[in-house]
Design a binder for this molecule. Sequence first.
Ligand code: FMN
Length: 184
Amino acid sequence: MTPVIEALLERSSEPRLQSPAPDQHTLDKAFACAARAPDHALLRPWRYLVVSGDGLAKLGELFASTLGAEATAKARDKLLGAPLRAPMIIVGIACHQPHPKVPEQEQTMSAAVGMGYLILALQSAGFGAMWRSGPMASHPAVIEGLGLASHELITGFLYTGTVVSEKPRVPRPEPSSFVSQWPF
Ligand SMILES: Cc1cc2nc3c(=O)[nH]c(=O)nc-3n(C[C@H](O)[C@H](O)[C@H](O)COP(=O)(O)O)c2cc1C
């Protein structure tokens, strides 16, 4: 097994995260890995926002601002606290550019692959990560509050930090259950 295959086979999302968050050197390397995502026509259709420190509470306020006046205090507290589940959140953004051969869907896929590489790089550096989306990822108030342009969309919120306790192992499907030869 190569180290890369080993890292892939060990990859697991980790929801229970605490400080410290990845340091700048780790982040620099991880983003360099994300930029290795296959990318039709080299459009570089992605960018990232790093949120930590006071920014996490601000992100919670932005999430809570999506609630109407009728919302319960419980619902508000849940959104306020959501970003505090990790010491750092990396917001993945797909930046669509008009191109005659590269539809938006391909550009989103490229940005999503970058998120995957980012997770792997962070895990290989000893940090945990979990890719989340939920209704906040597509809410207009969140999109505007994070400063996205009309040609951009949120690929996800990557929660990252130091693993408190590892998630129980998730059963992984056997390749034979999802791979077949064609023609049948
Ligand atoms: C685009 C995307 C969005 C996701 N959003 C959420 C989410 O909002 N909440 C959640 O619990 N898991 C979400 N997941 C799934 C987790 O990141 C994770 O993959 C899942 O819990 C399975 O764990 P594993 O990665 O260890 O297999 C999302 C995954 C992807 C690819």
